[in-house]
Design a binder for this molecule. Structure first.
Ligand SMILES: C[S@@+](CC[C@H](N)C(=O)[O-])C[C@H]1O[C@@H](n2cnc3c(N)ncnc32)[C@H](O)[C@@H]1O
Length: 212
């Protein structure tokens, strides 16, 4: 007997087959809210690399891309950042607000591929952890263009994605679509410059810092 595919695989396959790179995220969060699925990236705690890195915010503005259930946004808010967290999945945004009812974070439904114009160069810190890799590669140039566009002069952009170099891509099953080093570097555009790029977690992930 074969084991059925998990909900994220089933939903992403259908959504992607219809040319929609993001519909399945809300479907998955909705199924999870009903107790019918698991969200595989949902840990209930902030990303440990971000927790180790985060400097004091001192009221500066931070943007968390793909804020999911809010853990990374709350981490930054507790370090003194004025945080906007956004996600394309309305159910994730509702769930984050419900988990943290007293939160100072502004949780917003928005699409990285069509971001609000007022976010242009508006953030001193932009955090992108494993969201762009969750969309097919065709969407990567537009997503990276949006990302670079959020960063204010003198700010910091963090990009962390699964490192293609660490895995056998011939047998890899997407999503996600891991990043090569060169693809991470390509976030440096439109006046944004790479500061550091390293491999963390025994080489399994890229961690890059950029500035403008
Ligand atoms: C793989 S999860 C990663 C979540 C979180 N950043 C983490 O590290 O655990 C990807 C998240 O990005 C969101 N997402 C995917 N595509 C997006 C887009 N185009 N715009 C905004 N959010 C997006 C999904 O709904 C999901 O919450």
């Amino acid at each position: 007997m074969t084991t059925p595919d998990p909900a994220d695989r089933v939903l992403s396959r259908a959504s992607l087959a219809e040319g929609d790179p993001t519909r399945w995220f809300d479907e998955l969060y909705t199924a999870a809210a009903r107790g019918e699925a698991e969200v595989p990236w949902s840990r209930g705690t902030p990303n440990t690399d971000l927790a180790a890195w985060t400097p004091p915010g001192e009221g500066r503005r931070a943007l968390v891309v793909g804020s999911a259930l809010g853990d990374d946004s709350e981490l930054l808010a507790s370090a003194g950042w004025a945080v906007t967290g956004f996600d394309v999945a309305p159910t994730a945004v509702e769930a984050a607000r419900a988990r943290f009812p007293e939160s100072a974070v502004d949780y917003v439904v928005a699409d990285l591929l069509k971001p609000p114009g007022e976010w242009h160069q508006a953030f001193d810190l932009v955090v992108e952890i494993m969201n762009i890799q969750a969309m097919p590669r065709d969407f990567r140039p537009a997503a990276l263009r949006s990302l670079a566009g959020f960063l204010a002069p003198g700010g910091t952009l963090i990009v962390s994605e699964v490192a293609e170099e660490n895995f056998d891509m011939a047998t890899w099953v997407s999503p996600p679509w891991p990043f090569s080093r060169e693809e991470v570097e390509s976030a440096a555009q439109d006046g944004v410059k790479l500061v550091t790029l390293e491999r963390i977690r025994d080489g399994a992930r890229h961690w890059a810092e950029f500035t403008r």
